[in-house]
Design a protein. Structure first.
Length: 320
């Protein structure tokens, strides 16, 4: 159990401190919004191609992943649609195409394959305006109506922004507890070496001890006070735990409520459907992000008990 807790703490530290690691798990800035927006447009075009049917969704994605006219069409569309016109971002689009196609289609190619598909498509490209009948199969790379895809592109960017926000907010919750652990560890070390003796005798420290640190939540109550009936029992924490919970509750409510961007763009039909989806995504991601804390505060033989000086009841309270 101690080894599991150490590994979990290492995972939480990497997740909160390594910007490079976090960026690789983000949905923004990797070409996803551009690729899936163009997938919507390309799905309205017809290509004379028979899928290999070796992947989980080959009937849908084999053409845009392996048939040069279709693959070139979606890649040209994604490059043209992107706000970022740099070579570095163009490479990210090819890398994302490789990731999506490896997952959903029969084609297991790296990003250089899609770079070659794009470069080849630019040689034989025919503009959308020159297509006289889009109901007939295309035998050359083109693009869908990129102007018409604008609202959906904005919607996809909002969708990935919301997913990334949930990830960052989950990191923020872990960071909140990390801050508590760091502060408590510093104070516990100072107490161990005898630095806090003069601080504890100050009037401010005594006020904090009297009204915040030592007392129970309810006046004249017990340290962990049972309240209610046998059918609806409540176990009240002490006052410092309650204050910590209030700050955590406020932090989570702020994260749950701010900046969904569901009223911009169009990817889920209506604004109400977009809001429901974004709310479900954010709360789900944030809930999953608490798993390191759930494991970290479990177990009686926890090394953080010695580092922070917290009681086991405090750890059990945070675990719950």
């Amino acid at each position: 159990m101690l080894i599991l807790q150490l590994l979990t703490l290492l995972f939480a530290w990497v997740s909160t401190s390594s910007a490079t690691y976090i960026k690789t798990t983000m949905g923004q800035g990797i070409g996803a919004a551009e690729y899936w927006t163009c997938d919507t447009g390309v799905s309205e075009l017809i290509f004379d191609y028979t899928p290999l049917m070796l992947g989980s969704y080959s009937s849908i994605y084999d053409a845009i992943c392996g048939y040069p006219p279709a693959a070139g069409t979606i890649l040209i569309c994604a490059v043209e649609l992107a706000d970022d016109k740099s070579e570095a971002f163009r490479k990210k689009i090819f890398e994302y195409a490789s990731t999506a196609c490896n997952k959903y289609s029969s084609y297991l190619e790296d990003w250089t394959f899609y770079e070659a598909q794009y470069l080849n498509a630019t040689k034989y490209y025919k503009p959308f305006e020159d297509i006289t009948n889009i109901s007939l199969p295309l035998y050359y790379p083109s693009t869908p109506n990129i102007t018409a895809l604008g609202p959906e592109y904005i919607g996809y960017k909002a969708y990935y922004f919301n997913l990334d926000s949930g990830t960052w907010f989950a990191v923020g919750i872990c960071g909140y507890f990390l801050l508590l652990i760091v502060i408590s560890s510093i104070f516990n070390f100072a107490r161990y070496v005898g630095v806090t003796k003069s601080i504890n005798n100050s009037s401010f420290a005594k006020l904090c001890q009297k009204y915040v640190i030592f007392p129970t939540m309810a006046p004249n109550g017990k340290f962990s006070q049972f309240w209610g009936s046998k059918w609806f029992p409540i176990f009240l924490p002490n006052r410092i735990q309650f204050i910590t919970d209030v700050f955590l509750f406020g932090l989570q409510m702020a994260f749950y409520c701010v900046d969904y961007r569901y009223k911009i763009g169009n990817v889920f039909g209506t604004h109400e459907k977009a809001w429901r989806r974004f709310l479900a995504d954010r709360t789900g991601v944030m809930a999953f992000g608490k798993i390191p804390l759930l494991v970290l505060f479990a177990g009686r033989n926890n090394f953080l008990l010695w580092i922070t000086g917290w009681s086991y009841s405090t750890f059990l309270h945070f675990h719950k």
